[in-house]
Design a protein around this ligand. Structure first.
Ligand code: THU
Length: 133
């Protein structure tokens, strides 16, 4: 699967977003080192803090299926179904850092149809890690 195909899957996953409160639709597509793909969307809740982001939906799907080694995640999000370059939130960066290597790729879909590529380390330098505990 190419990076562009992974980004397209993230865009497709936006359609499953359950976001009646914010109107922000977010999709994610995660690829493991073994080449398996897991998608996710944001799932909101009337009790706002119970909301789960698209990225964590994809990560938890993967981990619950026994997959813990990730090579990349694509993210697509914006308001009212548009792709507006939404970046992963801090909580999702921390959850990704539990499993992803520092050079894990984070692909963020842009409004113009292209995508930006970051590494996890760029988005979460000096992460709090399990080794500290
Ligand atoms: N959201 C995500 O799905 N991923 C992020 O990384 C940032 C925010 C969702 C959560 C909520 O449903 C909406 O976007 C507005 O915060």
């Amino acid at each position: 699967m190419t990076n562009k195909e992974l980004v397209d899957l993230a865009i497709k996953s936006m359609k499953n977003s359950y976001s009646p409160y914010s109107g922000c639709t977010v999709g994610a597509a995660l690829i493991t080192k073994s080449g398996k793909v897991f998608t996710g969307c944001n799932v909101e809740n009337a009790s706002f803090s119970a909301t789960v982001c698209a990225e964590r939906t994809a990560v938890f799907k993967a981990v619950s299926e026994g997959e813990k080694e990730f090579s990349a995640i694509a993210i697509a999000g914006g308001k009212e179904g548009k792709v507006q370059g939404f970046m992963p939130c801090g909580v999702c960066r921390q959850v990704l850092s539990e499993f992803g290597a520092k050079d894990m790729k984070i692909l963020v879909a842009k409004e113009d149809g292209n995508f930006n590529t970051f590494t996890l380390n760029e988005l979460l330098p000096k992460a709090f890690e399990g080794d500290f505990i």
